[in-house]
Design a protein around this ligand. Structure first.
Ligand SMILES: Cc1cc2nc3c(=O)[nH]c(=O)nc-3n(C[C@H](O)[C@H](O)[C@H](O)COP(=O)(O)OP(=O)(O)OC[C@H]3O[C@@H](n4cnc5c(N)ncnc54)[C@H](O)[C@@H]3O)c2cc1C
Length: 477
């Protein structure tokens, strides 16, 4: 997120000084590290949680269209950066991997068919295919069929324009580009406090260097708290009113991974299923091709769990450190209202390796335990807040929290995440620099031709954008 915002600002205001402070010994070692996330270019092509069934049985596609639209904004910006030589050969960070949804059971099959019918022909979902035929599905993803009961109703959709994104490689290249253009990067610097002077309007950022906890202080006109799971705590320390009432519900993740070349050869897709009852939307199980450093592997998961850490390399006290008088009600209320989620997470934590493996075998019935190993992914800190009616809720999305004067902003939440970093950072620009936006518009439009508009309402522009960015990023149109 910070790398994206920095890159946008460095194009819009080349004379501004940018400084990046990172607590670890390298950038992109938390959620953006390729093995800490699933690398799905989230465009709602296959993720069923974006297309819920309404009580009347029809399918609501509004969220899917919104997420796809956001991903197109990211695709346009990345295409611009590739064309400017600011991003490398695209296969180093983005690769074409078909996106599939796969379900079993009569009700799920009926749902998937309706979802297909609702999206078929939409300008942002061209080429979506549907099948209930085991042979067709086997030709799309050979691991899904062998060993499966023949009388089990199954169905799948496939779209070839799906992608796998290495957000770690992307982040590192963007940060390298920023440093080459004069930004400073200080690693092993943990931000511990933020205070704004009422006299000068400047923020003083307090840090500790990892070696010897040496204190460091710097000043800035504008601060972006791009600390991932650590953002809530730092925004609280900044003292801005806007963060009052917010809490964070941490959900940890694990994946099964195999690098076995024989298995990897037999599966080239991201296959998303349906979430179990009580599971949070981002815990939808999926069997994925992952491409990291030019090497393909398979990933299955995520298995959600509960840990009180807000960062993978964080502290078990993170959650308790976020408790304040103003958010105590939010924590308690949201916890009670989401008891099914809590029960689900506890059951996931207590699950046995054998039961965990059975979830993979529901996708690939002939999978063998010895071919797969368990890896720990990043932490996702879900937003807890009061809704419009004052009721405490857990919100499964992202939210920019900005100070009223626009001198500070931070990002809370997790999904759809890195795929939508560009539109989220455009939101930061709009919230924090409203006076400059008009002047920036020509350049923003050059970088992101659909800036300020929507593609879903305009089939011709959508086709043009999809074709152009697919060519630039060497992915399927
Ligand atoms: C299991 C899992 C699966 C996911 N799958 C996907 C997916 O398939 N597709 C997708 O688009 N998104 C996915 N996401 C979400 C995506 O990974 C995140 O949205 C994205 O990486 C967040 O980027 P960020 O820059 O906000 O945070 P991060 O990448 O976590 O970066 C925050 C940085 O801030 C640093 N930091 C924290 N505190 C401090 C401090 N006090 N001082 C200095 N530095 C600090 C951290 O060390 C870190 O480097 C997934 C996430 C998880 C956990």
């Amino acid at each position: 997120m910070s790398a994206t915002l920095g890159t946008l600002l460095s194009r819009l205001e080349p004379t501004w000084k940018i400084a990046i402070y990172e607590r670890l010994g390298d950038v992109a070692r938390e959620s953006s590290d390729p093995w800490n996330n699933a690398g799905t270019g989230h465009a709602a092509l296959c993720e069923l949680n974006y297309t819920p069934e309404r009580p009347d049985g029809t399918i609501d596609i509004a969220n899917a269209v919104k997420v796809n639209e956001q991903f197109q904004v990211s695709r346009q910006f990345w295409s611009y950066l590739v064309s400017e030589g600011l991003l490398p050969e695209p296969s180093r960070f983005i690769n074409p991997v078909p996106h599939m949804s796969f379900v079993w059971g009569a009700d799920n099959v009926a749902y998937l068919k309706k979802r297909f019918e609702a999206l078929e022909g939409h300008p942002l979902f061209p080429g979506l295919e549907y099948s209930e035929d085991a042979e067709v599905i086997r030709s799309w993803a050979p691991l899904l069929i062998p060993g499966r009961r023949k009388d089990q109703p199954i169905a799948a959709t496939r779209i070839l324009s799906g992608t796998d994104v290495d957000f770690g490689a992307l982040t590192r290249t963007l940060i390298d580009g920023l440093v080459e253009n004069g930004a400073t990067l200080k690693l092993n610097h943990r931000v511990t406090g933020l205070k704004r002077s009422t006299k000068t309007g400047l923020w003083t950022i307090r840090m500790k260097h990892d070696v010897g906890s040496t204190p460091v202080e710097v000043q800035a006109r504008f601060v972006f708290v791009g600390a991932g799971g650590g953002a809530l705590n730092l925004l609280q320390r900044s003292g801005i009113r806007e963060i009052r009432g917010y809490g964070g519900f941490p959900i940890s993740g694990q994946f099964l991974r195999t690098d076995d070349p024989e298995l990897v050869k037999r599966h080239s897709a991201k296959v998303y299923g349906k979430a179990s009852v009580g599971a949070p939307p981002m815990s939808v199980p999926h069997l994925d091709t992952r491409v990291v450093d030019g090497q393909a592997s398979l990933l299955f998961g995520p298995y959600a769990g509960f840990s009180t850490k807000y960062l993978k390399h964080g502290s078990l006290f993170d959650l308790f450190g976020a408790l304040r008088w103003h958010n105590l009600f939010t924590f308690i209320g949201a916890g009670f209202k989401n008891l099914s989620l809590v029960t689900y997470l506890i059951s996931e934590v207590l699950t046995t390796p054998k039961r965990r493996f059975r979830a993979l075998q529901q996708f690939a019935p002939t999978a063998k335990q010895e071919d797969w190993r368990l890896i720990t992914a990043g932490q996702r800190v879900q937003i807890m807040k009061k809704d419009a009616n004052g009721k405490a809720v857990i919100q499964f999305g992202t939210e920019v929290v900005a100070g009223a004067d626009g001198t500070i902003a931070g990002l809370l939440g997790a999904s759809p995440g890195a795929s939508t970093a560009v539109p989220i950072m455009l939101d930061v620009l709009a919230r924090c620099f409203p006076d400059r936006l008009e002047g920036w518009t020509p350049q923003l439009t050059e970088m992101i031709p659909s800036y300020g508009g929507t593609l879903s309402q305009d089939a011709k522009s959508a086709k043009k954008a999809l074709t152009r960015t697919a060519k630039a990023l060497r992915i399927q149109a």
